[in-house]
Ligand binder design. Structure first.
Ligand code: KIV
Length: 281
């Protein structure tokens, strides 16, 4: 029995309980699954009421830490941000992305690190990238009590093999590979699979063909659910928006305006005003 004091006890049944892994698995062909990335407690709190699951994606390395790729994300980073998102949410299922190098070596290495992530964050499941080559590992994890979400198509952890971030499945060989990968991960027992950066008709075909819930990003509206990186979707970057991202807000523009207004008021000594000072009015 773990005595880890960072674990948050959440109700497992009844009204107000968190969305569970079986709840998500049960949405195949049903109401689309809504998900976004979250890396911090305040962001989790805002997104929680609207999402079925929150993904603590390894995209946090690029979004929060300014890294060039997701490869520099460590297990400690995933655990610290995962625990923060569990603390900041009460309703959504929380899923943590396993960082590069923490699961690919062997099923045993994967089990050790995935179990550590689950115990130390309180998350409900982990996500791992890969296709046929990871199927034995997925089976090993699932048989031992670790729910796994797969990730095929564009796999950001393989950017150095793929030679960049580009859509997959444009030719027959590539399409056959993505299909084979999705089937292998589904057959291995994953409850769901992210399909990233895959031509639309292929993502739709895979969604029809496999029995598990597909989550699209740069894929198809026919997927069983969708995910986006929150900072992309909310317009928190001003420099680059990938084709598959819709900006649902312009938060960076608002923040720029707020910072400029603040700077102006500080320089003009109009902030703090009397109502912001102790002992005055
Ligand atoms: O790391 C991440 O944020 C992801 C999603 C974009 C699927 O893997």
């Amino acid at each position: 029995m773990s005595t880890n004091s960072t674990l948050k006890i959440v109700p497992k049944t009844g009204p107000g309980r968190r969305v569970s892994v079986p709840d998500i698995a049960g949405r195949k062909g049903g109401e689309p699954v809504v998900s976004l990335t979250a890396y911090t407690a305040p962001m989790a709190k805002i997104l929680d009421p609207h999402c079925d699951f929150l993904l603590v994606g390894d995209s946090l390395g690029m979004v929060l830490y300014g890294l060039d790729s997701t490869l520099g994300v460590t297990l400690d980073m995933a655990i610290n941000h995962g625990a923060a998102v569990v603390r900041g949410s009460t309703k959504a299922c929380v899923i943590v992305d396993m960082p590069f190098g923490t699961y690919q070596e062997s099923p045993e290495q994967a089990y050790r690190n995935c179990a550590k992530v689950m115990v130390e964050t309180g998350c409900a499941a982990v996500k791992i990238e890969g296709g046929t080559e990871m199927a034995a590992t997925v089976k090993f994890l699932v048989e031992r009590g670790i729910p796994v979400m797969g990730h095929v198509g564009l796999k950001p952890q393989s950017v150095n093999i793929a030679g960049g971030y580009r859509a997959h499945g444009r030719n027959q060989d590539e399409a056959a590979k993505v299909k084979k990968d999705a089937h292998a991960i589904s057959d291995a027992g994953a409850f769901s699979i992210v399909i990233e950066g895959v031509v639309e008709h292929l993502a739709a075909e895979i969604t029809r063909d496999i029995p598990i819930v597909t989550i699209g990003i740069g894929a198809s509206a026919e997927c069983d659910g969708q995910i986006l990186v929150t900072e992309d979707a909310f317009g928190m970057f001003t420099d680059f928006t990938p084709k598959f991202v819709k900006r649902f807000a312009e938060v960076a523009v608002e923040m720029d305006k707020a910072a400029a207004d603040y700077a102006k008021e500080v320089k003009a000594r109009t902030f703090p005003a009397d109502e912001h000072c102790y002992g005055k009015k």
